[in-house]
Design a protein around this ligand. Structure first.
Ligand code: GRF
Length: 200
């Protein structure tokens, strides 16, 4: 199966997926909305095709999403993986890739959608926190959940320590979700996730 990964910055989740060397998966391209995204360097070093669709070059969200979709479609991917991609996508874009669009969010959804999740978890005083891989549907950060990982919140945690603890788990569960998809075990059926016991 061929995969396109979208990044905006550091790209550590993309790196974890690439390094997982998932049998049957081919990373066709890494695409960024920011020309200076660090993740692009790693991808290029790995010999993966890279592309930039700079959101600043487009008049509005629709125009950007159309250009982004075209750039993705050039690789005809079976799966599109959002890995720290920091642009809100239009409904049209999401529908076009429905069922083959995954995102990772640094909280236990449905808790803490949106930004600054670690800070908000600390403020709320929760004892567990984590990360969620989900299929992307038009409503922000609330698509059907594929896999979650839980970490404890410890006394004395600050945002940075908590984020680092969560990130370790992100790097484990995102490759796992991609492996399931590539094995044909994972699919979206309306608003439900189906995860088969055996590779299909
Ligand atoms: C991750 O914490 C991800 O969950 C969030 O943004 C961060 C991206 O990190 N959406 P990276 O670019 O994958 O290193």
């Amino acid at each position: 199966k061929s995969i396109v990964i979208l990044v905006s910055g550091r790209g550590s989740n993309m790196e974890a997926i690439v390094r997982a060397a998932i049998p049957g998966a081919r990373i066709a391209a890494v695409i960024s909305n920011r020309p200076d995204a660090k993740g692009l360097q790693f991808a290029a070093e790995q010999g993966i095709a890279t592309a930039v669709v700079d959101h600043k070059a487009y008049a509005d969200r629709e125009a950007f999403d159309t250009a982004l979709a075209e750039s993705i479609e050039a690789y005809a991917p079976d799966l599109v993986v959002l890995a720290g991609f920091m642009r809100v996508l239009t409904d049209g874009f999401v529908r076009r890739f429905e069922g083959r669009l995954l995102n990772i969010h640094p909280s236990l959804l449905p808790s803490f959608p949106g930004l600054h999740t670690h800070r908000r978890a600390l403020e709320a005083g929760v004892r567990v926190h984590g990360a969620t891989v989900h299929f992307v549907t038009p409503a922000l950060d609330c698509g059907p959940v594929v896999i979650q990982a839980v970490v404890p919140v410890m006394d004395g945690d600050d945002e940075e320590r908590l984020a680092a603890r969560v990130l370790v788990e992100e790097h484990r569960i995102y490759p796992q979700a991609v492996r399931w998809f590539v094995d044909g075990r994972l699919r979206l059926d309306g608003n439900r996730v189906h995860l088969a016991d055996e590779p299909q």
